[in-house]
Ligand binder design. Sequence first.
Ligand SMILES: *[C@@H]1O[C@H](CO)[C@@H](O)[C@H](O)[C@H]1NC(C)=O
Ligand SMILES: *[C@@H]1O[C@H](CO)[C@@H](O)[C@H](O)[C@H]1NC(C)=O
Ligand SMILES: *[C@@H]1O[C@H](CO)[C@@H](O)[C@H](O)[C@H]1NC(C)=O
Length: 381
Amino acid sequence: MDAMKMQKVMRVVLVLFLSTCHAAFSITDGLLPNGNFEVGPKKEQLKGSVVTAQNAIPNWSVTGYVEYIKSGQKQGDMVLVVPEGAYAIRLGNEASIKQNVKLTKGLHYAITFSAARTCAQEEKLNVSVVPTNEKRDWGQIPIQTMYGSNGWESFSCGFVADFQDAQIVIHNPGVEEDPACGPLIDSVALKVLNPPRRTRANLLKNGNFEEGPYVFPNASWGVLIPPHIEDAHSPLIGWIVESLKAVKYIDSEHYSVPEGKRAIELVAGKESAIAQVVMTTVGRTYDLTFAVGDASNACEGSMMVEAFAGRDTVQVPYQSKGKGGFIRGKLRFKAVSTRTRVRFLSTYYTMKNDNSGSLCGPVIDDVKLLSVRYPRRAGAA
Ligand SMILES: *[C@@H]1O[C@H](CO)[C@@H](O)[C@H](O)[C@H]1NC(C)=O
Ligand SMILES: *[C@@H]1O[C@H](CO)[C@@H](O)[C@H](O)[C@H]1NC(C)=O
Ligand SMILES: *[C@@H]1O[C@H](CO)[C@@H](O)[C@H](O)[C@H]1NC(C)=O
């Protein structure tokens, strides 16, 4: 092949590659347009802090009692702080915000957003993705988030796109006496998740948790993954949060993570467990190995992770000084079914020692499942 031709081939390859990357990053990996609400309404579209026109916030459409909040604004004796930039919005009773998005059919997406409660002890949000063509209402993913502590937290949910033109809707279904009591919302992001794959090196999908929801570079509190019933709605690809409470997705930028850049913190004791169902051969021996540690987030004390595989279980104790570190756990089991449920939970409830009252817990990472070809007899391992 002469040099000229070679150059032409390379250029074509390069252009294709760049355009694919460009599409992936500019549209689907990060904040939605004006996702942090930094571009606000015009003066005449505000009455005090209340938004008076449906399209006042660029790129969004609002319904009901929505307030445009500036960081530092006071509410009673509480100062409202905004995590990203200087502005956020507040959703009053039955209020919602919507944005139209273009999706690719069949792809798995995760939405991440930050929220903070204000007056009410418990506030809920209903996040859904609906086709803009309202005749079809399938594809909804109503999730209801519950705030555990004061201040801001980020939440995520996942969905598989069944349609191209969709609307992301965040709705406050609450009915408080004071309409100005409602959750604050900031930083809404979308990310495409890569399809999970089992490899020769691991029978589990996404065993190191690297494939998960978008994590805001400036949010040092991780991302909560609420419990879900359906696999397709998990933003943590391959895994399901099958218990009552959320688990926390943490990043190596802000936490100590045993392997790679992401891990899971089991923040709600026995009430938060993650699981994955894997194909196994009856009678064959398998090794489930994993890392148990702490996130270096002032979460101290005696911790214990319980791992389950089918009918077998192991408890791995871990003594945390709250400064990071991890140990390895292992569960060897003989499959009794063609489908084995692998599951992890934290035995104890732990609270941070920083007076925040926040729940915390052991970190789990680098989970691998491998078939053991020549298992030594029991006791020899
Ligand atoms: C977002 O809003 C701005 C201002 O109205 C507009 O110029 C821009 O095209 C919008 N972006 C998208 C992706 O719709
Ligand atoms: C993130 O934090 C850095 C350092 O505090 C700041 O300079 C930057 O503006 C922040 N980014 C956003 C999007 O808020
Ligand atoms: C959640 O939102 C969906 C779609 O917007 C709606 O159909 C559903 O009734 C809402 N659920 C609650 C509890 O408000």
